[in-house]
Design a protein around this ligand. Structure first.
Ligand code: ADP
Length: 523
C-alpha cells in the first residue's frame, strides 16, 4: 500500500512540477519582451532629447543670424528683439567677445535684474574658460555644440552657451538664458503629445523636487509623483536638472504578466485539485479492491468451514446407518439429523447460488400482492421451534391495518429469515428477539430486533458489502459467509424498498425492511 501511495504522489508531482517549470520558462520569454519594450521606450526618450537639442540649435542659429548684421541687432522686426519675441522661453540673450566686452538683450525692462544676469554670465564665462575653448575648437571643426554652464539649478532660468560664427562682428560667445519649465511646456510639450498619442504617458519632472513640470496625461496634477516601478526615466541631455519619464497607458507589461500568472495559477490549482481527486478515487478503489480480495479469501475459508460440519455429520450418521447395528428409534433420530444437516447444506448452497444469480443480474422476481403480516406469521410458525430450541424468546408485535405490498414471496421470506438468523447468530446471553410490523408513510416495514453484540457505527455501512464480516467480539466463532446482508440489500433494491439498521455495540441491533405499499387500483 505504501508503495502505491508513493507512486501516486510521484504521478501527482510530475505534472505539477512540469507546469511550474513551464510557468518559469514563459516568464523568461516575457523578460525578453520587457527588455524590447524598455529599449523602445529608451529610443523614444532619445528622440525627444534629440528634438530638444535640435530646437535649441535652431534658436542659436536664429540669434547668430540676428547678430551677424550689427545694424539690425536692435531691429524689432528682424533683430534680437524679434527673435526673443518669437522664443518666449528665452529670457535673455547674452553675448561676449571673450575679453572685456559683453552685452545682454532681453525683453525684461527690469534693469537691476538685467545687470545682475549680465554680471553672473560674465563670471560664468570667466570661470569656464577651458570649456569655452573646447566649444570654440568644436566650432572650428564645423560642429556647433551647446553647453549648460551652471550647476543643475532649477529655481532660475539657465544659460545655454554656444559659439557664434566667426563672421559675427564683435562677439564670439553667446548664451541663451532659458526658462526651462516654459521651454519644456511650450516647446517640447506639443512634440511629446504627438509622440505619446494614446499609447504612452510622457512626463517631465524636476530632479530636485520631483515636481511635475509637464505631462501628456491631462489628468496629472503638479503633485503627481513618478511611479518608479512602472516608468522609465531619462535626464534631458542639455538640462540635467530635469528628467523625462515614459510609461504605457493602461496595462503595463508587469500587469499583463501578473494577469497571465494569476490565470495560470488558477488553472494549475484546478488541475491539481482534479488530479488529487482522481488519485483519491483511485486510492479508494484500490483499497476497496484489496479488502474485497481479502474478504473473498476469508469467504472461501468460512464457507468451507460451514460446509464441512454438516457434511461430516451426514457422512458419520450415514455410515452408522449403513452398518445396520442401531435400534429403530436411533435410526429415526439419525435420519432426522441427516435430513436437517442436508437442509442446512442446501441452504448454504442456495444462498451462494442466489448471490451469484443476483450478481449476474439473472435473478428473476415473481412479484405478487402480499400481506406482510401473513408472511411474517408463516415464517415464525416454521421457525418457532428452532428459536425455542436455541433458547430464544421471540415477541411478535403486529400492526393489524397494513395494506398489501407487491413482492416476491420467496425472496422476501429469505431476506426476513436472514435477519432472524443473524439476530440469533450475533446474540450472546440475552436471547430475546422482537419482531414488529408497522407503517411509515408509503411504506410497510418489518423489523427484527435483538439484544446481541451490536455493530460499531463505523462498520454499519460496510456490513452490506459482499463478503464483509464486521471484526467484533467473538466473530471468528460465529459461522458466516458475509453474503447474507448483501442478499437482503439486493432483494430490497429489486423491490424498490430499503433496509435500515440501528445498532450500538453491546446494546443489540434492529434491522428494518421497508416495502412500498401497493397502490390501490381506484386511486
Ligand atoms: P454473515 O452473518 O454470514 O457474516 P451477513 O452479510 O449476514 O454475513 O452479515 C455481515 C456482518 O454484519 C456480520 O459478519 C456481522 O458482523 C454483522 N451483523 C449482521 N447482523 C448482525 C446482528 N444482528 N448483530 C450484530 N452484527 C450483525
Amino acid at each position: 500500500m505504501k508503495r502505491i501511495i508513493a507512486v501516486f504522489i510521484l504521478i501527482a508531482l510530475l505534472p505539477v512540477g512540469f507546469i511550474l517549470f513551464e510557468l518559469n520558462a514563459l516568464t523568461e520569454n516575457e523578460k525578453i519582451v520587457r527588455e524590447i519594450y524598455e529599449n523602445q521606450l529608451d529610443a523614444i526618450l532619445y528622440s525627444i532629447n534629440q528634438y530638444s537639442d535640435d530646437v535649441m540649435g535652431s534658436w542659436a542659429n536664429r540669434f547668430n543670424i540676428a547678430l551677424m548684421d550689427e545694424n539690425k541687432v536692435n531691429d524689432s522686426l528682424k533683430g534680437i528683439p524679434a527673435v526673443l519675441n518669437q522664443f518666449g522661453a528665452v529670457r535673455y540673450l547674452y553675448c561676449s567677445d571673450l575679453n572685456r566686452t559683453s552685452k545682454i538683450f532681453g525683453l525684461n525692462t527690469d534693469q537691476t535684474d538685467r545687470k545682475m544676469s549680465q554680471d553672473w554670465l560674465d563670471s560664468l564665462t570667466m570661470q569656464n574658460r577651458s570649456r569655452i575653448q573646447q566649444l570654440i575648437a568644436y566650432d572650428v571643426a564645423g560642429f556647433r555644440k551647446m553647453e549648460l554652464m551652471d550647476t543643475a539649478n532649477t529655481t532660475r532660468a539657465l544659460p545655454v552657451f554656444f559659439v557664434l560664427n566667426e563672421g559675427t562682428p564683435t562677439y564670439r560667445l553667446a548664451a541663451m538664458v532659458i526658462d526651462l519649465p516654459e521651454f519644456i511646456e511650450n516647446t517640447i510639450g506639443p512634440k511629446l503629445q504627438v509622440i505619446a498619442q494614446d499609447k504612452f504617458v510622457i512626463s517631465a519632472f524636476r530632479r530636485d523636487t520631483n515636481e511635475l513640470i509637464y505631462s501628456t496625461d491631462a489628468s496629472a496634477g503638479p503633485n503627481t509623483m513618478l511611479d518608479n516601478n512602472e516608468s522609465q526615466k531619462k535626464s534631458f541631455w542639455l538640462l540635467p536638472g530635469y528628467y523625462l519619464s515614459i510609461s504605457l497607458t493602461g496595462a503595463t507589461i508587469d500587469d499583463l504578466v501578473r494577469d497571465r500568472m494569476i490565470t495560470s495559477l488558477i488553472i494549475l490549482g484546478l488541475l491539481a485539485s482534479i488530479l488529487a481527486l482522481g488519485i483519491w478515487f483511485l486510492y479508494r478503489n484500490i483499497r476497496r479492491e484489496m479488502s474485497l480480495a481479502q474478504a473473498k479469501s476469508e469467504f472461501v475459508s468460512n464457507v468451507s468451514h460451514e460446509i464441512r460440519t454438516p457434511l461430516s455429520l451426514i457422512s458419520m450418521y450415514a455410515e452408522t446407518l449403513e452398518m445396520n447395528r442401531v435400534t429403530e428409534e436411533k435410526k429415526l433420530e439419525y435420519q432426522r439429523v441427516i435430513a436437517k444437516e442436508a437442509a442446512r447444506l442446501s441452504g448454504i448452497v442456495n444462498r451462494i447460488l442466489n448471490f451469484s444469480q443476483i450478481q449476474a443480474n439473472k435473478k428473476k422476481y415473481e412479484t405478487k400482492p402480499l400481506h406482510l403480516n401473513e408472511l411474517v406469521d408463516e415464517v415464525l410458525n416454521s421457525y418457532f421451534f428452532h428459536l425455542r430450541d436455541k433458547g430464544f424468546t421471540c415477541e411478535l408485535i403486529k400492526e393489524e391495518n397494513l395494506k398489501m405490498i407487491l413482492g416476491d414471496r420467496n425472496a422476501i421470506t429469505e431476506a426476513f429469515i436472514n435477519l432472524i438468523d443473524n439476530a440469533m447468530k450475533y446474540s450472546q446471553d440475552k436471547k430475546n428477539i422482537t419482531i414488529r410490523t408497522g407503517r411509515d408513510g408509503n411504506f410497510n416495514f418489518v423489523e427484527v430486533k435483538d439484544e446481541g453484540i451490536g455493530i460499531a457505527k463505523k462498520h454499519q455501512h460496510e456490513i452490506f458489502d459482499q463478503f464483509y464480516r464486521a471484526p467484533t467480539g467473538d466473530i471468528h466463532n460465529t459461522k458466516g459467509s458475509g453474503l447474507g446482508l448483501t442478499l437482503v440489500k439486493k432483494t430490497m433494491e429489486a423491490h424498490h424498498g430499503k433496509i435500515k439498521v440501528e445498532s450500538s455495540p453491546g446494546n443489540g441491533s434492529t434491522f428494518r425492511l421497508y416495502f412500498l405499499v401497493k397502490k390501490d387500483p381506484i386511486e
